[in-house]
Ligand binder design. Sequence first.
Ligand SMILES: Nc1ncnc2c1ncn2[C@@H]1O[C@H](COP(=O)(O)OP(=O)(O)OP(=O)(O)O)[C@@H](O)[C@H]1O
Ligand SMILES: [Mg+2]
Length: 457
Amino acid sequence: MEIVEFSLTNIGRFSDIEIPLAPTDEKKSKVTVLVGNNGAGKTFLLKSLAISLSWFVARVRSEKGNGSSIPEDDIKNENNSAVIGVELLEAQGQAGNPDANIHNFIHFWSIAKTRTGRKSEQTSHLNGATKLAEYFRSQLSENEHASLPLIVFYPVERVVLDIPLKIRDKHSFQQLDGYDNALNQGVDFRRFFEWFREREDVENESGIPQEVYDKLYKSVGDDPELWQMLSAMHASSRDRQLTAVRTAISAFMPGFSNLRVSRKPRLIMTIDKHGESLNVGQLSQGEKSLMALVGDIARRLAMMNPALENPLHGEGIVLIDEVDLHLHPKWQRTLISRLTSTFPNCQFILTTHSPLVISDSKDVLCYLLDDGEISVVDDLYGLDANSVLLQVMDTDIRNAGVAMHLRALLNTIQDGELDKAKGLLAELSKDLPENNIELIKARLLLRKQELRHAQDR
Ligand SMILES: Nc1ncnc2c1ncn2[C@@H]1O[C@H](COP(=O)(O)OP(=O)(O)OP(=O)(O)O)[C@@H](O)[C@H]1O
Ligand SMILES: [Mg+2]
């Protein structure tokens, strides 16, 4: 299932725009990235999508369910009403029927909102959401293990502050609970913890407990045959849903493994980092937020695809605001490729302020937002971060004063005013570190010019 396009009328700073999302004919990936200055409207686009998708989710849960409505403050100032429209393609039924008309699988609906006390000019049309939800409800009625599409929005406020140290309640989790809080807060670490614990209980009941395996591994010694048999037994006793979450986290965070709930001396969530066991509360903010994000996507996919051999291959739509939040540049660079390889059947709509996120993935559809208008930015793949900052994000790549002095230095060298250049170089060397790449380049250039001048004499 994927969003083909969506449209906004009088929402935030947008009067009337239509935004097609990847995959498109030109951009085959399932990733759309929105960039733009502070206040450009990126969050508004994601929030609007979340509002429209909430109607589908509500109607999967129950026939006459109601989603969220557009807040009055979001209606563009000086306008009376606003509309969000969305068009989705659900091609599941298509597989068995290659002649079917693609339009049969397109579902459209729109949500409208009028200010209180004003005459309503627009109305909502929710038939598309109702029909699409009906399709999934009938699938579920036929087969209680049928897959549901993941729909989730991670707002900026997802930052994990509250990692529960202990949990009191025991919940039982249903497949539809995968939608819980999915469109208002995204990461729900408490639920994550509770769910993990419940699955581990099941895992431990149905197989040999982890502690016993640990002891067995130690006592097996060097016998490769016994080791292999034990490993195979261990793998088959693991819970598929937990395995999905652990795999996703290890794929994103190399060196991290074996996420688990330690039960003694108290109930805490533990993970191994390069072989050392840590309480998840001890992780850095970046580690926590990436683990919570990836773990949450994987958990929801696992809940919604109980019959899939690999639940990470479930379908879905994932909206993430400021996807680079707290992440080290190294992680930012590989983020999109890791998302698409770990969750290959999810459509991603992301916003970012980081040039690294968008310069490292092929086939990503990237939009630049500016003053209520939106334009496609092409071919960023392989560009260095500086070029992305200059071309797309409209930002100086270095401090303006330093940049001016460097330019003056290069001009004087090129003009052959070598004494003046030496003076400028000495000035700049006071401010910049010895190994600054631009200074090294300038020194080389100056040396070349000096040699040339000496030869000419
Ligand atoms: N009712 C409204 N009518 C007109 N413009 C509005 C309205 N509400 C908000 N805006 C505009 O929308 C902007 C906020 O948009 P949004 O939060 O989507 O920005 P953003 O691109 O996510 O920025 P950031 O990168 O800082 O998160 C405000 O700066 C304001 O200019
Ligand atoms: Mg924002």
